[in-house]
Write a protein that binds this ligand. Structure first.
Ligand code: NAD
Length: 468
């Protein structure tokens, strides 16, 4: 395992190790169906063997309960592996598509070609699944991969490294730990990755994009941002309160797709506030610091940043905190100005600011201040309104009358748009990210009309007939 604490002599050793991965990939071993399937089975077996240790690591990093870990981390990875194993042969098969008139009697196939060596960089908030789901796609796609987990979720990074190093040779899948700001440039200094799959913040996403540009390395950027949740006057308020509370306070709000702020129709604001206060108590008891279902903030730096937000409006629920436990209670803040950090930065913690609106335009103006949210959630009973919202805002993915669960539906592509990222994955889409759609047209020899060859003079009318 490489770390940034390695001496300067380690630099050339990184280059050598990366060169070994390249030559391993070039042998073609990783491309066969049998190999890919076997590695996925191996990974599944190892994960099941280490499930308890993975849970303990997630508890240590973020105080996730085993139930939460299963629903939002381990189970998602397992489902992705199972799906990939089940469909791998079909996904790998070249897909026959139609051929247009001018090219007949050719036949057309789309092959799914492995990309080569992928670099997968993950954040700390869902430190297990955000590293492992892309890895499943990289393996299924027939690639080699270098993994870079977050240094901030050290317990999970440690157990993940243990598993990876136990089951995979470092020429195939290598895991590199340490501070991304030094590890990643070092990895990319003299090695060209064939794809970078990055999940993390917008500022670092821009750095990754810049680092990839000189060598034209394709990137998938899974970023963050401020995701609005809208509650219309005709919403079912009790259901909305429950579904917003779980999306917002899961993992103590440290979820990229958590509702960042609430836009609520004035007519239902008081009712909603009552309902969400009750819900918080039902979910996490009177003292959420004692609840096994409530997480902690990742570190003191993030804790301090979140505490600063508490003074940027009027706290109407929660607001309790304890630095020694990295605990901040589920908090609702009203009367927040638009120009404070709470409404400009991604909150990424258990603090929900509320803004009211009476017509859609007002709410849209607020959303426009942070364009292209990663997610958008709409609570309404009116299908026309639902469609208006979906069409009015450019967002990565979303839900109607729900929050966050779209992430767990592998039939849906998950990703951002514009500022919230590029590219999408999950299920078959993960396989697609880690393969190139390579089209090949095959033309028989028995039909070779002169019309296709020079001299072209006088053939324009035929071209116009066949090409349209
Ligand atoms: P981060 O950008 O600080 O770190 C992510 C990864 O990048 C880590 O592995 C880190 O070591 C590495 N890194 C940090 N600085 C780097 C640099 N200068 N050069 C290269 N690599 C570097 O993000 P984070 O704080 O770990 O995660 C929180 C952010 O991630 C939030 O914005 C959240 O919305 C976003 N996120 C997005 C998704 C998604 O699926 N779209 C999922 C989870 C989190």
């Amino acid at each position: 395992m490489l770390t940034t604490t390695q001496p300067a002599t380690g630099v050339s050793s990184i280059d050598k190790e990366l060169a070994a991965i390249r030559s391993y990939y070039n042998k073609g071993i990783t491309k066969t169906y049998a190999f890919r399937r076997q590695q996925l089975l191996l990974l599944k077996k190892a994960l099941l063997k280490y499930e308890q240790e993975i849970n303990e690591a997630l508890y240590s990093d973020l105080k996730k309960s085993p139930e939460e870990s299963y629903a939002s981390e381990f189970g998602l990875v397992l489902a992705e592996i199972n799906l990939s194993i089940k469909h791998l042969r079909k996904w790998m098969q070249p897909k026959r598509v139609s051929t247009n008139l001018v090219n007949l009697p050719s036949s057309s196939l789309i092959y799914r070609d492995p990309l080569g060596v992928a670099l997968i960089i993950a954040p700390w908030n869902y430190p297990f699944q955000l590293l492992m789901i892309p890895l499943v796609g990289a393996i299924a796609g027939g690639n080699c991969a270098v993994l870079k987990p977050s240094e901030l979720s050290s317990a999970t990074s440690h157990i993940t490294a243990k598993i990876i190093e136990e089951i995979f040779s470092p020429e195939y899948i290598k895991i590199v730990q340490g501070d991304g700001a030094s590890v990643i440039p070092n990895l990319m200094r003299s090695f060209r990755f064939d794809h970078i799959f990055y999940t993390g913040s917008i500022p670092v996403g821009k750095i990754i994009y810049q680092m990839a540009a000189p060598e034209l390395i394709p990137v998938t950027l899974e970023l963050g941002g401020k995701s609005p949740v809208i509650v219309e006057a005709d919403a079912n308020i009790e259901v909305a309160a429950r579904r917003i509370a779980i999306g917002k306070f899961l993992n103590a709000g440290q979820t990229c797709i958590a509702p960042d702020y609430l836009l609520i129709h004035s007519s239902v604001k008081a009712k909603f506030i009552d309902a969400i206060k009750k819900t918080i108590e039902e979910f996490y008891s009177e003292d959420p610091s004692d609840s096994s279902s409530y997480g902690k903030i990742i570190n003191e730096r993030r804790f301090d940043a979140l505490i600063n937000y508490l003074s940027q409006g009027k706290i109407i629920a929660g607001g309790n905190h304890d630095k020694s436990k990295l605990y901040i209670s589920p908090t609702i803040i009203d009367h927040v100005a638009m120009d404070v950090p709470l409404m400009k930065e991604e909150i990424f913690g258990p603090i929900l600011p509320i803004h009211e609106f009476t017509d859609m335009r007002q709410a849209l103006n607020i959303i426009q201040q942070n364009p292209n949210p990663l997610s958008l959630y709409i609570f309404t009973s009116n299908t026309k309104k639902e469609k208006e919202w979906v069409n009015a805002v450019s967002f990565g993915s979303g839900c109607v009358n729900n929050t966050a669960w779209q992430f767990a539906n592998h039939h849906l592509p998950f990703g951002g748009v514009g500022y919230s990222g590029m590219g999408a994955y999950h299920g078959k889409y993960t396989f697609d990210v880690f393969t190139h759609a390579k089209p090949v047209m095959k033309t028989p020899n028995w039909f070779d009309p002169n019309i296709k060859y020079p001299p072209f003079k006088g053939k324009l009318k035929w071209f116009k007939m066949f090409i349209k």
